[in-house]
Unconditional design. Structure first.
Length: 286
C-alpha cells in the first residue's frame, strides 16, 4: 500500500517550515534529500505521528492516518536521527524491551535472534550498549526499527556519524529490507541514496523541487556541469560566482568541477553529471 501526503504544511508561529508538500510513496527505497533546515525531520515527524501538521493530510492505503492512527503505527518502523539507548542494557535486552513497548505479543526470542543476525550483531548480542561503536548502535537501531515486521520504514539521517565502512554496510542492509516494503530515507548526504534509491525527492526550504528516479534527475542536469582548470589567483572568483562540487589541486593550477546553466569560460569542458551535481543545480533554482 502507498503513503500519500497532500498539502502538508507546518508552521511555528509566523514561520512556515513546510509549504504544501504533496508526495506519494509506494514500494521501494525513497531518498528525501535536502540541506540542513530544509524541513526533512519535520516532514518525517508528521509522517510518524510525532508532530501534527498545520494543514494537509497523510493517508496510508487511501485512509487518513488520523482516523486509524493505532493501526497505522503498528505497520510503521521509525529510526530517528538521535535515537535513545539504555547503555546498561545488552543489545538483546534492549530489543526485548522495545518489542514490549511496541506491543508485540508472544515469544519474541526467534525474531530478536533473527534481527541481530541480520544486522551482524549476533556475537555482540549480550554486550552492553555502552560499549558499542556508533556504527553498532545504528545497527541496533535498525533492528529495533524492524521489530514487528513493519510495512513502512522511515529513517532520519541513518548514517550520521558513521565511518565509510559502516555507512556502506548500513546502505546494503537498507537495500535488503526494501523488498516488499516502503523505505524512506531522509538525509543530506548524497552518497547515502545515490545507488540504492528507486526515487529521489529534493526538498529545499520546505518545498519539493524535484522528484524522480536518480537517472532521470541526472539526465535533467546534462550540459550543466563543467570542468575548469584555473590558476590559483582565479579560484576565489570562481568560488564566488559558481556552485563548486570539487576542487582538485594540480601542479600549478586547480581543477574545478562546477555547476552552471551557461558555459563558464571558453576553456570549460562539459562532464557527465552525478546526483551531487543535480543537488547543487537545484540549489541554484530555489
Amino acid at each position: 500500500m502507498s503513503i500519500e501526503l497532500t498539502g502538508i504544511k507546518k508552521s511555528y508561529g509566523k514561520k512556515e517550515v513546510l509549504h504544501g508538500v504533496d508526495l506519494s510513496f509506494g514500494q521501494g527505497v525513497f531518498g528525501l534529500l535536502g540541506p540542513n533546515g530544509a524541513g526533512k525531520t519535520t516532514l518525517m515527524s508528521i509522517m510518524t505521528g510525532l508532530l501534527e501538521a498545520s494543514a494537509g493530510d497523510v493517508k496510508y492505503g487511501g485512509v487518513s492516518v488520523t482516523d486509524k492512527k493505532s493501526e497505522y503505527l503498528k505497520k510503521l518502523g521509525f529510526l530517528p536521527q538521535y535515537p535513545g539507548y539504555y547503555k546498561n542494557y545488552t543489545a538483546w535486552e534492549f530489543l526485548e524491551y522495545m518489542s514490549v513497548l511496541k506491543g508485540i505479543k508472544g515469544n519474541n526470542r526467534k525474531q530478536i535472534d533473527s534481527l541481530l543476525e541480520f544486522v551482524n550483531l549476533t556475537d555482540a548480542a549480550w554486550q552492553k550498549l555502552g560499549a558499542f561503536s556508533g556504527g553498532m548502535l545504528r545497527r541496533v537501531g535498525l533492528a529495533q526499527t524492524l521489530l514487528g515486521e513493519p510495512e513502512v520504514i522511515i529513517l532520519d539521517e541513518p548514517t550520521a556519524g558513521l565511518d565509510p565502512i559502516e555507512r556502506i554496510r548500513l546502505r546494503n542492509l537498507l537495500s535488503e529490507i526494501a523488498v516488499k516494503r516502503t523505505v524512506i530515507i531522509a538525509t543530506h548526504i548524497v552518497s547515502d541514496i545515490e545507488y540504492i534509491a528507486n526515487e529521489v525527492i529534493l526538498l529545499f526550504g520546505g518545498k519539493v523541487k524535484a522528484q524522480g528516479a536518480p537517472e532521470t534527475l541526472i539526465a535533467e542536469a546534462a550540459n550543466k556541469v563543467w570542468l575548469v582548470h584555473a590558476l590559483p589567483e582565479e579560484v576565489d572568483e570562481y568560488v564566488k560566482k559558481y556552485k563548486i562540487s570539487n576542487i582538485l589541486s594540480e601542479e600549478n593550477s586547480f581543477a574545478l568541477r562546477l555547476v552552471s546553466e551557461e558555459k563558464p569560460c571558453e576553456a570549460a569542458v562539459g562532464v557527465l553529471p552525478n546526483l551531487e551535481d543535480v543537488f547543487l543545480w537545484y540549489s541554484l533554482r530555489r
